[in-house]
Write a protein that binds this ligand. Structure first.
Ligand SMILES: *Cc1c(COP(=O)(O)O)cnc(C)c1O
Length: 382
């Protein structure tokens, strides 16, 4: 009944974890879910208020424009300028998205012919490979290894693959490894993409979730980046708005026009009231972002120091709300934690073959729950 394309979708490894979670919950186990990459904190009230007001206005009840309201696109351009010093022409170099996943999974349709290579990090966000699959391209995995600070080694990409690749996905601050990239890495990517005629897609939804004074750069800050690529960004993680489905693609006008043309044919834009709320988020006070980071940072400190006391060799992330921890066998480690202690973590293999040997903790739960998780692990004697 289903297409071959469907049968080529990667196996949903998280389904097994979900099943086990349900089993434990049925037994009455108090589950501590550190699996989900979704902020537990609410959307700041001034943003919710902007949505409510905009929803009352009948002018906002019609089909939105495909590319986004001019005022939203201006707010995106101003935010990029304020935050990264990147200058964008709002009318050509910005595009509204229904979350960055929308851009990530649809951009392949505009650039990839059947059989073309797409370079994607492993471990990585699953959208890079599913988007490629729907465009009938082939993923070439770029392993992210600890000895390389979880940055891909561009010299290791075979020349024939590099020359025939159409797209390259990069993602820093990174999910799931929580690694960050220096601007010098982005310069290398620009050179590589220029030499090989590759469109770069930088996925940057975690730029604002950072600790210890770290400021993540944008790919577009690198010289020449505007010539070869675009960046997908999102309000999901910055303003706790995962449910709202609003983000942006910014960068090279011609590349964005390709993505825009695909989207014109598959969706009808983002609800104008949501765009008004997003303007309030991007243009309003940013204390809420700093407050959220302070909360995540405390959770990170509790989790990392707890895990280190238990003997695990775990780096403290500078950004993202993930802790990426080496273990022997990720599936069995995750299953043991869940079945003996009710703690949910994500096995690294779920993010691609190079994720084996790691589990991901999401610090999207209150600090008391993280302390409780550490206590349960201590009793386990792992
Ligand atoms: C959360 C996430 C996204 C998608 O976020 P949206 O809610 O679609 O904006 C994209 N990439 C990575 C790496 C993510 O973790």
């Amino acid at each position: 009944m289903y297409s071959t394309r469907m049968s080529n979708l990667p196996p949903y490894l998280f389904a097994r974890i979900d099943e086990m979670k349900t089993e434990q919950a049925k037994k009455g186990v108090d589950i501590i879910d550190l699996g989900v990459g979704d902020p537990d904190l609410p959307t700041p009230p001034h943003i919710v208020a902007a949505l409510c007001a905009a929803a009352q206005d009948p002018d906002n009840h019609h089909y939105p424009s495909y590319a986004g309201m001019p005022a939203y696109r201006e707010a995106v351009a101003s935010w990029y300028h304020k935050r990264f010093g990147v200058t964008l022409d709002a009318s050509k170099e910005t595009l509204a998205l229904m979350g960055s996943k929308d851009g990530i999974t649809h951009i392949g349709e505009a650039f990839v012919n059947p059989g073309d290579y797409v370079l994607a990090p492993s471990p990585g966000y699953p959208g890079y490979s599913t988007g490629t699959l729907f465009a009938e391209g082939k993923v070439h995995e770029m392993p992210l290894l600890r000895q390389n600070n979880f940055l891909p080694v561009l010299d290791n990409i075979p020349k024939n693959v590099a020359r025939s690749a159409k797209l390259m996905f990069i993602n820093y601050p990174n999910n799931p490894t929580s690694a960050v990239a220096p601007l010098s890495f982005y310069r290398e990517v620009v050179d590589f993409a220029t030499d090989n005629g590759i469109v770069v897609v930088s996925d940057n939804p975690y730029s604002e979730v950072a600790f210890d004074g770290y400021r993540a750069p944008s790919f577009l800050e690198a010289k020449g980046a505007m010539e070869v690529g675009v960046e997908m960004h999102s309000l999901s993680k910055t303003y706790n708005m995962t449910g709202w489905r609003i983000g942006m693609a910014v960068g090279n006008a011609e590349i964005l026009a390709g993505l825009g043309r695909v989207k014109t044919n598959v969706d009808s834009g983002v609800f104008n009231a949501v765009q008004h709320a997003a303007i309030a988020a991007l243009s309003g006070p940013q204390d809420c972002v700093r407050e959220a980071c302070t909360i995540y940072q405390e959770r990170r400190d509790v989790l990392v120091s707890g895990l280190r006391e238990l003997g695990f060799d775990v780096p403290a992330p500078k950004a993202t709300f993930y802790v990426w921890m080496p273990v022997k066998d990720c599936m069995s480690f995750a299953a043991t934690l869940l079945n003996t202690s009710g703690i949910v973590v994500t096995p690294g293999i779920g993010f691609g073959s190079s994720g084996e040997g790691y589990v991901r903790f999401a610090i999207t739960r209150p600090v008391e729950r993280i302390k409780e998780a550490i206590e349960r692990m201590r009793r386990l004697d792992l």
